[in-house]
Ligand binder design. Sequence first.
Ligand SMILES: Cc1ncc(COP(=O)(O)O)c(C=O)c1O
Length: 480
Amino acid sequence: MAGRLQIDDKLLTIKPDGSNVGTARKMAEDIVDAIIEHFSTLRTKDVYSGLEIKAPLSPSLNWEETVEYLKKVISSSMQVSHPKFFGHMDSGPLFVSMLSDWVASAMNQNMLNPELSPLASGIEELLIQWLLELVSFNEGDGALVSGGTVSNLTAVLLALHHVTKGRFRQEGVSSLPKKPVIFASDQAHYSVSKVASSTGLGEQSLVEIPSDSHFRMKTGILEQEILNAELAGKLPLMVVATAGTTSTGSVDPIAEISVICQKHNLWLHVDAAHGGGALFSHSKKDLLYGIERADSVTIDPHKWLMQPKSMGVILTRYNGMLESLFGHKAPYLTEKSSEHVTDWGNKGLQGSRRFDALRFWITKLYLGDDGLSKLIEKGFENVSKWDSMLREKENFEIAHRSDLNILCFRYRPENMDENEADLLNDSIQRELMKSGKGYLSSTTLRNHRWLRSVFLNPTITVDDMIEVLEEVDDLGDALK
Ligand SMILES: Cc1ncc(COP(=O)(O)O)c(C=O)c1O
């Protein structure tokens, strides 16, 4: 038809004159219904159904077909909100956060510059201020980033900026008087190694410190390695202490490490990507004792705090340092639209950035500090119940004491050889996932394979745990 766009029968936006409000409401309701129907019947569904999703043949879909397609996406996804999914640091999102995120998408603010996001920039300020108080930094700086990896990257850049008195920004690695060394435990997340290579320091700049029987950094060896690096004419730059290691959720002895860092003048970064969740619990906060002495901290609200992905936080005790590292001017951006609003584009690596702060801030407002505390404590309660169940059961072994909400264990009948147990537990993990009856991950600890459980989801019940454990037991029996 002359003059008609091919998309004339599609709703592009809600028209500002209200003329398509009926269609818009119906579309939104279709999605709300699909989401609510799915989540409210999750317990009757498999954790993973393994369905494939194909590109449709037609050039474009009508709305009903689009809804059907989206429903397939919902039903074919890994059901991270399922109460029998306790395999990773991934959780279903809190409903209030999911809904707030829709508002953030709708308003599409750009955190790049406060003139594009005056209110949103102010909300991120409130959020960061709250988090700084939580780690007991009297003052400091911080910003939202895409996750733990970028937060750890920012921490290394901050340490380099600090040690070179700002020269790293202009001169890069040539501003370093000696070869820098980063110390992290053998359990630290691989992002630390990624960061070492991508900052131009190289993976060789990383020294792995062995961990003890509970997978916590051995501080005696740390100090020895710092001295070795000094003797070798290198520059001990920083220690990355992990609060909540990825495999076992172990918390490095942060306070002891901070004393060593102070003595040898090293930057202390605490990677609390996962374990930072414990800071929100009134009764467990002290597990991260010493974090208040760190120079920088990573926290990932998209892990234990059940925020939709992706959301990480970098915090530092040095006010103004992020801006002195990342600040830039551009002729088309106003320098400061208000005395009081932070220019987030000058505080991080990312340029255009979503209004991620909203969903976490609204979560805080809605649940309150007490609600958040209860949410986190549920993870501690569940892992402790799980630990007791495993101890009571024949043929199961536990790998470590659980500092937080993670527990590694394996099925290993008496007299079974370690190598045989490795193969068996890998098979159990794969078959459990294929069955859709539960989801656990697996990991390697001291060269052997273990099943790994992570308790985030507050809807997990004792019955869910019993059923998953029975399934693992049956698979072990059948596959051995
Ligand atoms: C301790 C730790 N640090 C950093 C990361 C990286 O986080 P992200 O995947 O959000 O980049 C992880 C991820 O599991 C982690 O466990």
